[in-house]
Design a protein around this ligand. Structure first.
Ligand SMILES: Cc1cc2nc3c(=O)[nH]c(=O)nc-3n(C[C@H](O)[C@H](O)[C@H](O)COP(=O)(O)OP(=O)(O)OC[C@H]3O[C@@H](n4cnc5c(N)ncnc54)[C@H](O)[C@@H]3O)c2cc1C
Length: 492
């Protein structure tokens, strides 16, 4: 296993957690899955339902990392913007990929029901908001998603966004009525329970320390047992460690931290009426209302693992930056997890060699994409479905090791800094336009008064008799200094 410290959390785990034994005896199965996160458990559920014998080996416990510490927002698409996917694979394959991502979201919806997962708390709708005033760009994206990619999406004007989110920080929005949110921890434990019910065996506290994938029957070694399997699925995200270090090194680990506020009462309802998830288009902030009057908010990121508790202050400051009217907010709970970011931004899904599969690199958007990966891999192993090959253009690329992490951190800080600067400039322009409108109204009023001036009054400066007063151009105002908003990157 990796020597990265575990992603600590102060969140209490859901009731659903049960003790699952460590593997202490040798076993022969059809499919051995490494990692009991969203990806591994979806493969397990699907493959067990199709009749395969399945063992899941988890080094810590179900949902130990990101899968048990996420915000539960389920949307179509990938971390990589659709325009870049089209550039990379062409229009038709991009459409196929997008449709797969929607099927992933449908899979989650079909399983995240109160009957199958009591307490899952599904609610509808997500809003992607822009930090800058780019209504025209939004229209072309809306058209493409709606017409070519068959995704239900509405464009919201600035006024509508600000009616629901009372902040001057956001401009236009894209509303996805079919997106939804669930309790993320319940979902991962619900998946584990469903997989077990379908016949999969899950062993916790069972790290895989080495793999020999050369033969037809592959060997997997844990500290207290050995397994043989026809297929191995590597779903360990960034923590695969010694078992497959070269594979782990194709992912840049990004630790993301989130907090839940203490109840905010009426002041929250006054600031935010939108009940779904809100994500800004630069990927800096992601939040939603939980338990009626608390905010769940994810923002700070590092490329090293740290104690989430360290980020409570940064999260509170970030909330105050966006919604100053909330005043001081108390963060009651903090959690975090590490996501694996690929160099190209798309997940790693496919067969590395005969019988050795990978399902990783889901980044910040892992709920729909890991569900899709689980379905694709199980169906390929058992039914020969070859659609995972759509991901072949996105090869495994080394993420740069420790140097990559430093560069990644700098790029993230730069991205957040420039997003804040662009936001500040957009807000400045908006205020300047409003001031200009007021001046224009005053000028028109003065003109009207000038034209009805009583005869005999001397003309004003620069005015010839009988002509209206000359309008002076307003002096342009100096924009605010373009510096990174101190609250914007939230990093200590
Ligand atoms: C704060 C935060 C908020 C997020 N919010 C959202 C959201 O709202 N919507 C969304 O779609 N996505 C969200 N994500 C992203 C999402 O959580 C991840 O993309 C997803 O959980 C990745 O799942 P996974 O199964 O690949 O990895 P993991 O959750 O990391 O699971 C991998 C498992 O493999 C185990 N493992 C690794 N190596 C070994 C080994 N050698 N032997 C045995 N076991 C091993 C690990 O212990 C781990 O439990 C969020 C992430 C974070 C951190």
């Amino acid at each position: 296993m990796s020597d990265t410290p575990p992603s600590a959390t102060t969140r209490s785990e859901p009731e659903a957690i049960r003790d699952r034994q460590r593997l202490a005896f040798d076993l022969d199965v059809d499919i051995c899955i490494v990692g009991a996160g969203l990806a591994g458990l979806t493969v397990a559920l699907e493959a067990a339902r199709m009749g395969a014998s399945v063992a899941v080996l988890e080094g810590r416990h179900v949902g130990w990392n990101a899968s048990g510490h996420q915000l539960g927002t389920v949307m179509p698409g990938y971390g990589l913007p659709i325009g870049e996917i089209i550039e990379r694979v062409g229009f038709e394959d991009a459409r196929e990929l997008w449709s797969l991502s929607r099927q992933g979201a449908d899979f989650v919806r079909a399983h995240a029901t109160e009957e199958l997962m009591p307490g899952i708390g599904l609610s509808e709708g997500a809003l992607e908001v822009s930090n800058v005033d780019v209504g025209d760009r939004l229209i072309s994206r809306l058209q493409m998603l709606g017409e070519d990619f068959e995704t239900e999406v509405e464009g919201w004007q600035v006024e509508r966004v600000r009616d629901q989110l009372k902040t001057g920080r956001y401009f236009h929005g894209m509303y996805y009525p079919k997106a939804f949110q669930i309790d993320g921890r319940h979902y991962v434990h619900g998946l584990a329970a469903l997989a077990q019910r379908a016949g999969a065996r899950i062993f916790e506290d069972t790290p895989v320390v080495s793999i020999d994938s050369s033969g037809i029957r592959k060997r997997i070694v844990t500290p207290s047992a050995r397994l043989r399997a026809s297929h191995i699925v590597l779903a360990g995200n960034i923590h695969l460690g010694a078992a497959l270090r070269r594979l782990s090194e194709t992912l840049l680990p990004v630790s993301r931290y989130a907090g839940v506020t203490a109840p905010l009462g009426e002041r929250l309802a006054e600031a935010i009426t939108f009940q779904g998830s809100v994500i800004d288009c630069d990927g800096v902030d992601h939040f939603r209302i939980v338990d009626g009057d608390r905010l769940m908010w994810a923002s700070p990121e590092t490329t090293w693992a740290a104690r989430p508790q360290r980020f409570a202050g940064a999260i509170a400051r970030r909330i105050r930056t966006i919604f100053p009217q909330l005043g001081k907010v108390e963060i009651a709970d903090v959690f975090g997890g590490a996501v694996g970011q690929t160099v190209h931004g798309m997940p790693q899904i496919g067969q590395l060699q005969k019988g050795l599969w990978v399902a990783s690199g889901f980044g910040r958007q892992g709920l729909n994409t890991s569900a899709m990966a689980g379905q694709l891999i199980a169906r390929s192993i058992l039914w020969g479905d070859e659609r995972w090959r759509l991901f072949s253009p996105f090869e495994l690329v080394w993420a740069g090791g420790p140097t990559g992490r430093v560069v990644g951190q700098l790029v993230s800080m730069w991205g957040r800094g420039s997003s804040a600067a662009a936001g500040a400039f957009a807000r400045y322009r908006e205020k300047a336009r409003a001031r200009e409108r007021i001046r224009e109204a005053r000028r028109l009023k003065a003109n009207r008064q000038g034209q009805t001036r009583a005869p005999g009054r001397p003309p004003g400066p620069g005015q010839t008799p009988g002509q209206p007063p000359r309008l002076r151009r307003p002096r342009p105002e100096r924009p605010p200094p373009v510096t990174a908003d101190p609250g914007a990157n939230g990093l200590p």
